[in-house]
Ligand binder design. Sequence first.
Ligand code: ATP
Ligand code: LTN
Length: 327
Amino acid sequence: MTRVFSGIQPTGNVHLGNVLGALLRWVDDQHTADSLYCVVDLHALTIPQDPVELRESTLRLAQTLLAVGLDPEVCTLFVQSQVHEHAELAWIMQCTASYGELSRMTQFKDKSDKAGFVSGGLFTYPALMAADILLYDTDLVPVGDDQRQHVELARDVAERFNSRYGDTFVVPKATFPTAGARVMDLQDPTSKMSKSADSAAGTILLLDEPKVIEKKIKRAVTDMDAEVRYDVAAKPGVSNLLSILGAVTGRTPEEAAVGYTQYGPLKADTAAAVVERLAPIQARYAELAADPGETQRLLGVGAAKATELASATLARAKDHLGLLPRA
Ligand code: ATP
Ligand code: LTN
């Protein structure tokens, strides 16, 4: 069976872009592949975090993933720091990746330009991500386009390690969402909806109340002429609404456009469809939030399953490297 692995950082609130672009695909994949999903809290440490907030965001994100539909009976859901093999293999990956390779990562350049404090971890972040992926003999890594370079690096270090020390790691491949799975900011439809966006009005949060969702969509930026048509280049605002409406109702944006001649009804129907799609997720989230102990228990089960796979891979890598085993 194909092995799938992906991760998400416990930073910021989950928004509609995360749900439509990533999480719903994870939910689908769990039924067709042997899937592992990880809340990557060690990656969050590359930027200074408030300890109380980090612990809360990690639990909240896990509850969100369960609410969206990840089923711990079907997939393996766990927290990165609870499986210490990730940190250990990350060191080995740091010693396998070259300084030049890590220097060429565009995410590091972007983030280090913006950050006041640039940690060593921000620089070696892709080595930890390679460890995440390689520990599980992963075949496919579903990610957004922004992670393409990092998965490519994971492939390169896996191949280098295999050729230096003998066959050890499966060489993974990234998979990307199909067109339309890129949700844009409602106030600036030429940039992607993002946790770190300046305009809260442009981002629909998974836990936004129906009234807030309606208001944000009603105020969404549209285009000059009043025609409803899917044309991303000429009409980014309306096209974004059509993508969202299509995605939440299981249609293409072109199909979603049929029958609309005015922006008002399009916005009203898009808001209603988003509210309806998110309502059961929000209800499930509220149930899970009322019992944090149960989520922590499920994460413990996930970490135990992950450890079994990860420890075997790490032992193989250490053996091939020539590290002396404990007697
Ligand atoms: P940040 O704004 O802090 O960069 P983010 O909102 O981009 O965060 P990530 O945690 O980097 O979110 O990504 C989690 C997953 O959600 C990734 O697979 C990413 O590709 C996907 N994703 C993020 N934003 C969007 C979007 N606007 N449309 C579709 N998918 C998205
Ligand atoms: N860097 C990714 C999160 C991430 C990840 C991974 C994704 C960490 N480890 C392993 C896929 C596989 C991000 O910021 N979206």
